[in-house]
Design a protein. Structure first.
Lengths: 522, 286
């Protein structure tokens, strides 16, 4: 028979067990396999030639650069370099490399090894050299006067001109340091045999399909919690969603936004919302009629009903836009929001003022994936309502960029996520150098030189306040000239199985996943 | 009861002979009627968006629900047969016309022109029709007209080979030899004696190819080689609704069903026509 004493004892034991269970659920646990669903998986992980986000996710998961980006607060965090100093003139960077680290292949991470890997894009004698590697431009290598290992754990980089983003670009996927042994052994094929020093290492790779990554027991910050990460490509969003709901994948960025309301009530899936790091915009080819006419571009700007675009095209996962620079970026100018507004009457007046015969024929190009088709249809309807005759040009990713590169698109919608928390990553879209291959073909823009000068000034100025002022001037000029018309700042949903804990949403929102702190509560 | 059985068995026999053709024909006739008079049947404008009412599930107001832009799915399904059926009919009729000319020319003239034409047809036949159509659209460019041309082109050899095989047997028929010995011209013989006698198998073949053409046209529109995005079209609607299969299944389901039912009905109609028109397959009477 139960008496009060027995009952109390049982109750206390139960409460103790429950509290024990809760405590363990809150403490990070080691073990398990996390499967990430990607939209693609490249054929190689060469940090100089990846394409598609699947490849970037793998590189970010296995790689480590000199520094890591702090997406939440801006700035850099230690990576292979545990500390660094920058000279007052902003020209000399001294990196102190952490001791006792090894690459995945067991080679020691030394200053010499790092310098060798960093010089790969500028050293045609290196057996792994391939012309046109991303690092050359992205890492700022053309501005390096010298890069030397002064002792086993110290690197000194001397620049020709100051570069305010130099430190942060080392955190990019193309800033990952590769083992010298792998570079020698595999040469130009190193992308299939990447040996880096990041938290996970490649265990198995099926090109185009999936990469199986195992925890690196010797990672400098300690072994990551999960034993394995599988990054697997799915051919379409519906496939990713099915796999997510079936528990086949634990985490993805690529399920359809339309499924969020239902998944928010799901027993096993959680939806987190990312920070507004990605710009969505329409690029106007200013080298071609009718978009060479500022009045027409301005009319497009006022024709877009962004509230509807965000609600119906993006299922509400975006903030209203202001300019090319994002709300978390240095120098962000809030006043741009007053220009990126819906005013169809004004759009019609501007078209009348342009003297062009209506309807004005206009091609709208977009990629045939994710939310782009839906956005394109809504944009076309807005434009047709004020006097355009829009032809929708639905293209696969390769054809889209091919057409953009040839300067053959008129209006084209796309996005910019910069990979590092700095306004330069977005501003550089308007650099004179890449104009011929860009959506805007802005070499034909009246203010092209002025914008180029501001971009150069923005990067060669060290003082944050001065930089902020430069980027504000840049934004004002962009809004005056409107080579881009802004749609919104994407705040993407991040789909995770409820067993996945400690997801870093800031970087993830911009396409930079960081799984070293993630653990599974199972 | 006995009388019932008799009536029942008679109806059953009648049904057994004409069942599929009747059902197929009736369903296809209905689909054609609705498609041709789409504007009269559709309850709403198929392009009218209502952003506030996206993804509405089927109800009395919206029988098939609404899609990602709040457009009425029923109205879009009703209008959505037009591009596919127009392209399919035009393609099959054109292929039939061109194929007949080539087949008659080859079969009637014989010799090296026949060999040359038929080898060319064999080469075309060696490509799967959808692959050939994709190749042609990729060359000509995207658009419904090019889809029509591509499907028609891919189907020419099917008709050409069939017509030729009939013509080479017909030219040795006694009535043809008699007409020739009476001094009738080639054109007269082809028009009066050959063409009328090959109509039944041609009609059967055309109905079978129509079903194939509808499938191919839907597929080409699905992969985005046909109509412009946003156009109400079954293939395009399935493509746009594909990603919604778990969250708003009605969006891709109804246009998908429309394709299936149409292809099935045409196939059944074709089967029935074959049974009826092909003497070798004609069943015994009731």
């Amino acid at each position: 028979m139960f008496n009060l004493r027995t009952f109390s004892t049982i109750l206390i034991v139960i409460l103790f067990l429950v509290s024990l269970g809760t405590a363990t659920a809150q403490d990070p646990q080691y073990g398990g396999t996390l499967v990430f669903g990607a939209e693609s998986m490249g054929d190689s992980f060469d940090i100089g030639f990846w394409h598609g986000f699947g490849g970037v996710h793998v590189i970010d998961t296995i790689g480590e650069g000199l520094v890591r980006a702090d997406f939440e607060n801006g700035g850099a965090q230690p990576g292979l370099a545990e500390s660094w100093e920058i000279s007052d003139d902003g020209l000399v960077y001294t990196f102190h490399i952490r001791e006792g680290m090894t690459f995945h292949d067991g080679e020691p991470v030394t200053a010499d090894a790092i310098v060798r890997s960093m010089k790969r894009p500028i050293n045609p004698d290196d057996p792994s050299y391939i012309e046109g590697m991303y690092m050359y431009g992205n890492q700022g290598a053309s501005n390096w006067e010298s890069l030397e290992a002064v002792d086993e754990h110290t690197i000194v980089l001397t620049l020709m001109q100051p570069n305010a983003t130099q430190l942060l670009v080392f955190s990019r996927p193309d800033g990952v340091i590769i083992s010298p042994k792998a570079l020698d052994e595999y040469g130009t094929e190193v992308g299939l045999n990447v040996s880096a020093a990041g938290p996970f290492k490649i265990e198995r790779f099926v090109p185009g399909q999936e990469a199986v990554l195992a925890a690196n027991e010797d990672y400098w910050a300690g072994r990551p919690y999960v034993d394995r990460v599988v990054i697997r490509a799915y051919p379409d969003e519906a496939g990713i969603l099915a796999a997510l709901e079936a528990g086949e994948i634990d985490m993805t960025l690529y399920a359809p936004f339309t499924s969020v309301p239902r998944l928010q009530n799901s027993d096993n899936i959680r939806v987190e919302v990312g920070a507004p790091l990605v710009n969505l915009f329409a690029g106007a080819n200013v080298a071609m009629a009718p978009l060479d006419n500022l009045l027409v571009r301005s009319a497009i700007n006022y024709a877009l009903d962004r509230e509807v675009l965000i609600e119906a095209g993006l299922n509400g996962f975006a903030e209203m836009p202001a300019s090319l620079i994002g709300p978390l970026d240095l120098g962000f100018d809030e006043s741009g929001r007053e220009i990126s507004v819906y005013d169809p009457e004004r759009a019609r007046e501007l078209i009348a003022e342009s003297g062009l015969e209506t309807p004005i024929p206009l091609d709208l190009a977009y990629e045939n994936n994710r939310f782009w088709p839906q956005l394109a249809e809504l944009i076309a309807a807005d434009l047709e309502a004020v006097g355009f005759d829009v032809t929708l040009d639905r293209l696969d990713t390769g054809s889209f960029w091919g057409k953009v590169g040839d300067g053959q698109t008129q209006l084209s919608i796309n996005q910019r996520s910069t990979f590092v928390p700095d306004p330069h990553g977005k501003a550089i879209l308007m650099a004179r150098a890449g104009a011929e291959g860009s959506q805007t073909q802005h070499h034909a823009l009246q203010a092209a030189d002025e914008l180029d000068a501001l971009i150069t000034a923005g990067i060669s100025t060290a003082d944050p306040e001065e930089r902020a002022a430069i980027y504000q001037e840049f934004q004002a000029l962009m809004l005056e000239q409107l080579p881009y018309i802004y749609i919104g700042y994407l705040t993407p949903p991040i789909f995770v199985n409820k067993r996945v804990q400690n997801v870093e949403t800031f970087g993830t929102a911009g396409g930079r996943i960081n799984l070293r702190g993630v653990w599974l509560s199972e | 009861m006995r009388a019932d059985r008799t009536i029942g068995s008679r109806l059953g026999a009648y049904w057994r002979q004409y069942d599929i053709a009747l059902v197929g024909g009736a369903v296809f006739a209905f689909i054609l009627l609705v498609t041709i008079l789409a504007s009269a049947f559709a309850p709403y404008d198929p392009m009218a968006r209502n952003i506030k009412n996206r993804f509405a599930t089927p109800s009395t107001d919206y029988r098939f629900g609404t899609d990602q832009l709040g457009r009425d799915v029923l109205s879009r399904v009703i209008h959505g047969g037009r591009p596919i059926l127009a392209a399919s009919f035009t393609a099959v009729l054109s292929a039939l016309a061109v194929g007949t000319i080539i087949g008659v020319a080859g079969g009637y003239i014989g010799g090296w022109p026949d060999t040359a034409l038929m080898r060319l047809m064999d080469v075309m036949l060696s490509f799967p029709s959808i692959l050939l159509a994709i190749l042609i659209v990729a060359t000509l460019g995207v658009g419904l007209l090019n889809v029509t041309v591509a499907i028609g082109f891919a189907m020419v050899p099917v008709f050409a080979r069939l017509v030729r095989s009939i013509v080479i047997t017909l030219v040795y028929e006694e009535y043809v030899l008699a007409a020739r010995s009476l001094g009738a011209s080639d054109l007269h013989i082809i028009r009066k004696h050959i063409l009328p006698n090959m109509m039944p198998p041609i009609i059967v073949q055309a109905s079978a190819m129509l079903a194939v053409a509808i499938g191919v046209a839907s597929a080409l529109n699905f992969i985005g080689l046909g109509v412009e995005p946003g156009t109400p079209d079954w293939g395009m609607m399935v493509a746009e609704g594909q990603r919604l299969i778990f969250d708003a299944p009605h969006v891709p389901l109804f246009p998908g069903l429309a394709i299936t039912i149409t292809v099935l009905s045409v196939n059944y109609l074709g089967d029935g026509l074959r049974d009826h028109l092909d003497p070798r397959l004609r069943r015994q009477g009731i």
